[in-house]
Design a binder for this molecule. Structure first.
Ligand SMILES: *Cc1c(COP(=O)(O)O)cnc(C)c1O
Ligand SMILES: [Zn+2]
Length: 418
């Protein structure tokens, strides 16, 4: 198709080119495969004006996404608000701060709708009738919803101990939800076996090169919404580390295509202390990621003990002068509340991780107080309510009586005295 500039898959290690099939590792060195494009052809065509003339969805950057035809799944996904967060900036002690608010991404309220839109559009082009995923919750919700709307049969495999909101948020779409006794890594291993045996389209296994590219759109949107410029600092939550590497790639592609000026930028990673294989190894000055056998954190969406893209995430952070940190369950809850109370945005636990780590990175000067930063808030707080039970107080209960209201809630005499 003429409209496609997506040319090949390519091994990140040895550079060997592969056809655009449902494959994800190199035969020679097991390196991950990545989508490549005909950038020369894109350079002549993709302009700011052309992008701005298109509908407000992630598909306005379609030349940089790995499908052949037009998107058929998730056409409305993306272009979430970039919120200038002056009150939170003050609380965290930084000059300029923005929230990239994917808590309201369509249709399942997390950034995973971006990756699923690409993976399922490609799955259809490749002729898959059954799609599936290994998930820490949000991916399962998005595969279930988007498969339902596309008329694809779906299976989602999750660790058995996920939050109610994430479980129900898959079941409601009529998908097959398979809960595994075990951590995410074990779920993922099982999925690789199933994918090999039955030939289903696993969005984050054999369709991973397509899936992963969807994350770039978060970076593209940040740059466009800042008025076609790059932020000095971007703080990104890490599970497998894929989102971080793809925001890095997005910024580089926009520079290479002349869509933004080449200004210095750093990408910083955020993890939960109870599962911080990537941030811990970065802090140690190593790029070898030591697996975490038993993740223990309320940020279940980020609880991947053996992160597939950890090595590349560390290189993205190092190459851009970025850093990483992790935060405890208490700091995660504090982060959720800071964001809610200052900006009116209710994020899930992963959002608490991002805010909590940003606070530390600013306090330590790794993100300077006189700089500008974007925080990537990737999921909605209504899905992880368990984390906040008994943490935010309780409503005061009265009878429907004005007298009780004035006795117990609001005293007009006292108020008049101010
Ligand atoms: C999946 C997920 C991430 C990051 O995932 P990566 O595997 O690092 O790309 C971040 N936040 C939320 C809420 C997620 O569900
Ligand atoms: Zn290779």
């Amino acid at each position: 198709m003429e409209n496609s500039f997506f040319s090949n898959l390519k091994c990140r290690e040895c550079g060997k080119l592969y056809p655009k099939q449902a494959i994800h590792v190199c035969d020679f060195d097991f390196g991950p495969l990545e989508a490549v494009y005909d950038y020369e052809a894109i350079r002549g065509k993709l302009t700011r004006q052309l992008i701005e003339s298109r509908p407000q969805s992630m598909w306005r950057y379609r030349e940089l996404l790995p499908i052949d035809g037009e998107p058929t799944v998730g056409r409305q996904v993306g272009f979430t608000p970039l919120v200038k967060a002056d009150r939170l900036a003050k609380a965290l002690g930084i000059r300029e701060l923005y929230i990239k608010n994917d808590t309201v991404n369509y249709p399942t309220l997390s950034f995973k709708d971006r990756v699923v839109s690409v993976a399922l559009s490609r799955a259809r082009e490749l002729g898959f009738e059954v799609v599936a995923c290994a998930s820490t919750g949000n991916l399962a919700n998005s595969v279930a919803a988007n498969a339902a709307s596309a008329g694809l049969k779906s299976y989602v495999l999750i660790p058995a101990d996920l939050e109610q909101g994430k479980v129900l948020g898959s079941l409601v779409y009529g998908t097959q939800v398979v809960a595994i006794h075990g951590a995410y890594d074990q779920v993922n291993r099982l999925c690789s076996e199933i994918a090999g045996k039955y030939g289903w389209g696993f969005v984050n296994v054999n369709l991973r090169p397509y899936y992963a590219e969807g994350s770039k759109t978060m970076g593209f949107e940040i740059a466009e919404q800042l008025g076609w410029r790059l932020p000095q600092h971007t703080v990104i939550p890490m599970a497998s580390g894929s989102l971080l590497t793809k925001i890095h790639k997005a910024y580089k592609e926009f520079i290479d295509l002349g869509l933004v000026e080449k200004t210095p930028f750093s990408v910083h990673g955020a993890q939960a202390t109870g599962c911080s294989p990537i941030s811990t190894s970065l802090k140690r000055g190593s790029d070898l990621v030591k697996p975490v056998a038993k993740p223990q954190t309320i940020a279940k969406s980020l609880a991947i003990g053996t992160p597939a893209d950890g090595y590349y995430a560390i290189h993205s952070m190092n190459q851009t002068g970025g850093s990483a940190d992790d935060c405890s369950d208490e700091e995660i809850i504090e982060g959720i509340r800071l964001l809610a109370e200052h900006e009116g945005i209710f994020a899930e636990t992963a959002g608490g991780v991002t805010v909590g780590c940003a606070k530390k990175l600013i306090a330590s000067g790794k993100i300077p107080a006189d700089s500008s930063a974007v925080l990537c808030i990737t999921g909605n707080g209504l899905k992880t309510q368990e984390a906040l039970l008994n943490q935010c107080g309780a409503p005061r209960v009265i009878n429907p009586s004005l007298r009780e209201f004035e006795d117990q809630i609001y005293q007009p005499d006292l108020a008049a005295a101010f």
